[in-house]
Design a protein around this ligand. Structure first.
Ligand code: PEP
Length: 250
């Protein structure tokens, strides 16, 4: 692993004013360190406010939670990649479990989004993860591999630019996190899938997400296959987020 990534997904929280207040507190507590990046995924209407607040901090990446793959046109309610780039985004989440399971995002949709982001030079943060009943039936790896199928057709160079996030659905917002060993098993499956497409381990980045908090972040990032964390609820409070970002592997 070449870097450690702490990514915060604010979901449908924090308008521009709240985002600015958050960053004032966070930036006072945050110390830049080589090899560590902080990524923030605000709602679309707050991307520009966040990008402005961090304009002198290139190690802080601002991203969108969702994009549409067409550049412009009659797609009411959608946000295109050129629009989020104009607002200051450098990345976007793709296939978050809430998009897949609440809004019906399909495997094909995730592929179109990831391809369009790569074509525009942005980083897709490609989320995968199984539901509890799928884990209990022993289907975790098969579910994750099927979700990765959205990326079929991309070459090794394109695949190596994607950041993956393994987020078991049963761990998101529930207070139950996967153990480092549970995560390691799925991260290894993602490494194998990438190896089968010609991507070396050193070019694969896989974050873990699901009820990460200040109390469990060190044990998770100490697992060698976990290259960082994607955090929802615990990224919404500036002091707690600064504590998570200050964590280092044992
Ligand atoms: C998420 O939204 O990606 C997430 C992992 O949420 P939480 O940390 O609240 O479980």
């Amino acid at each position: 692993m070449s870097k450690l990534i702490f990514a915060g997904n604010w979901k449908m929280n924090m308008g521009p004013a709240a985002a600015r207040d958050f960053l004032k507190v966070f930036l006072q507590r945050y110390k830049k360190e080589s090899g560590v990046e902080v990524w923030i995924f605000p709602p679309a209407s707050s991307i520009e406010a966040v990008a402005r607040e961090v304009r002198d901090r290139p190690e802080i990446v601002v991203g969108a939670q969702h994009v549409y793959w067409e550049e412009s046109g009659a797609f009411t309610g959608e946000t295109s990649i050129p629009i989020i780039v104009d607002a200051g985004a450098r990345a976007a989440l793709v296939g978050h479990s809430e998009r897949r399971h609440i809004f019906g995002e399909t495997v094909e949709d995730t592929g179109r989004r990831a391809r369009a982001l790569l074509d525009a030079g942005l980083t897709p943060v490609f989320c995968v993860g199984e539901k509890l009943e799928q884990r209990e039936a022993g289907h975790t790896e098969a579910v994750v591999v099927a979700q990765l199928g959205g990326l079929d057709g991309l070459n090794a160079s394109q695949l190596s630019k994607i950041v993956f996030a393994y987020e078991p659905v049963w761990a998101i917002g529930t207070g139950k996190n996967a153990t480092p060993a549970d995560a390691a098993q799925v991260h290894a499956a993602i490494h194998n899938w990438m190896a089968g497409r010609g991507v070396a381990r050193r070019d694969v980045t896989v974050l873990y997400g699901g009820s990460v908090k200040p109390e469990n972040v060190v044990s998770l990032i100490s697992e060698p296959t976990i290259d960082g964390v994607l955090v929802g609820g615990a990224s919404l409070e500036a002091a707690g987020w600064a504590e998570i970002v200050a964590a280092r592997p044992n």
